[in-house]
Design a protein around this ligand. Structure first.
Ligand SMILES: Nc1ncnc2c1ncn2[C@@H]1O[C@H](COP(=O)(O)OP(=O)(O)O)[C@@H](O)[C@H]1O
Ligand SMILES: [Mg+2]
Ligand SMILES: [Zn+2]
Length: 375
């Protein structure tokens, strides 16, 4: 039986050019390698799941590759590349400081640094999650980092740059990794789906990409999770059911009803959502983002700011044409107030219902005669 390998591992990029969304970093690294202008210590910072460890490994492999390709990538066939790919390189060491953070662990590493590489040009030390090193370990490491032998290169990676002491920061060339854009993530998911023989709605992949919040690894884990539940054909419905996300459609419908002031329909829709187990607070915030998106879509020029598929963009644009910016600002204002007071409200359901009723009346002000009658 084939063993299932999670997509995040199976699709770990092996070359600089296949790393998604970090071109500013991979290009600089490739240039440094080509010009033989390598720093002795690198620090890779940024959120989790955006390619720090991946790039550290690619850099390590490429530095020691004997036959760089024309595009300055590792050849993957020379002795050094082959032994690295097989996990048995004698010149590349990896220490995961999350689990090996004692002063002993660092001493072992520092002891090895003293010996020049038996073959190959460089000895490369990758210290992942470097902020997890104990203080004593940090200090033991500092001496080596201050005066490293010419053949040693250190690649440090961390999600928490602010925890790295200034003496270390000042000795490293620092690279800040970006969160990955929703479009880049969904394109990558499309590629992975293709490789796995899975068909997927563009909207389904977009929602996963949004949910991953910039982390490519998370998007791949979510993707695996939904595939294991939905099989080889991923629909938008599968994704929203699996992730308990409120459907775009839902916001479109409720906005239509708000716009014409249909209070009963709006209240019934809200009731349905609560009985499906959704939370009123995230609903109000979701509604506010929907209004924001409609504001952005008032003008064709800013529609591109929406992080949704093309199909959905058209729907937003159409609804935006029916809802004036003045009204949207009023609605957003009501949402904001509802959001701010939500936690303090004793009856949170009523709190949201009142906000919805206010929105209906803001959209559809009572005729003057009726108002008089009420006074
Ligand atoms: N920029 C990226 N391009 C392509 N795949 C990525 C990228 N970032 C993360 N991944 C995917 O996520 C997995 C974990 O990435 P990793 O480099 O370990 O993230 P980090 O060290 O930043 O937490 C990789 O194996 C790969 O499948
Ligand atoms: Mg990592
Ligand atoms: Zn090679």
């Amino acid at each position: 039986m084939n063993q299932f390998v999670v997509s995040a591992r199976k699709y770990r990029p092996a070359t600089f050019d296949t790393v998604v969304g970090q071109g500013h970093i991979t290009n600089t690294l490739k240039n440094a390698i080509r010009n033989n202008h390598l720093a002795q210590a690198f620090l890779f910072c940024g959120p989790r799941g955006v390619g720090k460890t991946t790039c550290a490994r690619i850099l390590a492999k490429t530095i020691n590759c004997q036959f760089l390709t024309e595009t300055n990538e590792a050849c993957n066939t020379c002795e050094s590349c082959v032994s690295f790919n097989g996990g048995q390189s004698l010149n590349i060491f990896e220490l995961d400081a999350a689990s090996n953070n004692s002063v002993e662990d660092i001493r072992n590493l520092v002891d090895q640094v003293r010996f020049a590489p038996a073959s190959g040009k460089y000895k490369i030390y990758i210290i992942d999650e470097v902020h997890m090193l104990s203080n004593a370990a940090f200090n033991a490491f500092l001496k080596t980092l201050e005066e490293p032998p010419s053949y040693a290169i250190f690649i440090l990676a961390t999600t928490e740059k602010h925890k790295i002491i200034p003496t270390i920061l000042s000795r490293c060339q620092i690279f800040d990794f970006n969160r990955i854009q929703v479009d880049d993530i969904s394109n990558h998911l499309l590629y992975v789906a293709g490789m796995e023989g899975i068909t997927a709605d563009p909207d389904a992949l977009h929602i996963i990409a949004q949910k991953a919040d910039g982390a490519l690894r998370d998007s791949l884990s979510i993707f695996d999770q939904i595939v294991s539940f939905a099989g080889n054909n991923l629909t938008y419905k599968d994704v929203i059911n699996n992730l308990s996300i409120l459907d775009y459609e839902y916001y479109f419908r409720i906005t239509d009803d708000l716009r014409v002031g249909n209070i009963p329909k709006v209240l019934l829709a809200f009731n349905e959502l609560l009985s499906d187990g959704f939370d009123g607070h995230s609903f109000i915030n979701g509604l506010a983002s929907h209004f924001r998106d409609l504001l952005v879509c008032q003008d064709q020029a800013t529609v591109s700011l929406l992080e949704v598929s093309k199909n959905t963009k058209e729907k937003y644009f159409a609804q935006a044409q029916l809802t004036s910016p003045q009204l949207l600002l009023k609605l957003l204002d009501i949402c904001n107030r509802c959001d701010l007071d939500y936690r303090a409200a004793k009856n949170q359901r009523l709190h949201v219902e009142l906000a919805l009723i206010r929105m209906c009346t803001a959209s559809n002000p009572m005729p003057a005669e009726e108002k008089k009658m009420l006074n």
